[in-house]
Design a binder for this molecule. Structure first.
Ligand SMILES: [Zn+2]
Length: 158
């Protein structure tokens, strides 16, 4: 589960009781355009137009997953964990997959693009780690690395 960690003013702007639409309800979602999505605590994948904040799509609540999604021809063609509001880990895929399966929407076997988010232990700014470069772009401090997972792929996960 991921709590909202983005700017407080975006959370303030959330209208209580408003959520994104459950995926699969139509609403022009199937046009190859990227949408913002969250998987809520009930395991429902909700989408909103791309410019929407994830926290609005989630009604200000914690989520199981969040990111961007593109649907075309009734199937998912792109799906990522890109949400700076929730910074979901790559492992949130399990909940995305389960939500899509429940909605009966064809999907890939994993995120089409995986983002790694780290808050800097020194300056607290949010970094998106690229190319395994675990260094803060704001202050050059080292960012926490993912466990003992070998960076050169010497050890593969299950
Ligand atoms: Zn920093």
């Amino acid at each position: 589960m991921y709590e909202y960690v983005g700017p407080a003013e975006l959370l303030d702007r959330v209208e209580p009781g408003t959520f994104g639409e459950p995926v699969g309800m139509g609403a022009g979602e199937d046009g190859g355009e990227p949408f913002t999505y969250v998987v809520d605590l009930d395991g429902v994948l909700r989408i909103a137009p791309r410019r929407s904040e994830h926290v609005s799509c989630a009604g200000g609540r914690p989520v199981l997953a969040a990111g961007e999604i593109v649907l075309e021809g009734g199937r998912v063609v792109e799906v990522t964990n890109q949400s700076t509001g929730y910074c979901p880990g790559p492992e949130s895929w399990t909940d995305v997959a389960a939500a899509l399966d429940r909605a009966g929407i064809a999907r890939p076997d994993g995120f089409t693009d995986v983002f790694v988010f780290r808050h800097c232990p020194s300056c607290a700014e949010l970094n998106v780690v690229k190319d395994d470069h675990y260094v803060c772009v704001f202050c050059d401090a080292d960012l926490p690395r993912p466990g003992l997972r070998a960076r050169r792929g010497a050890r593969r996960g299950p």
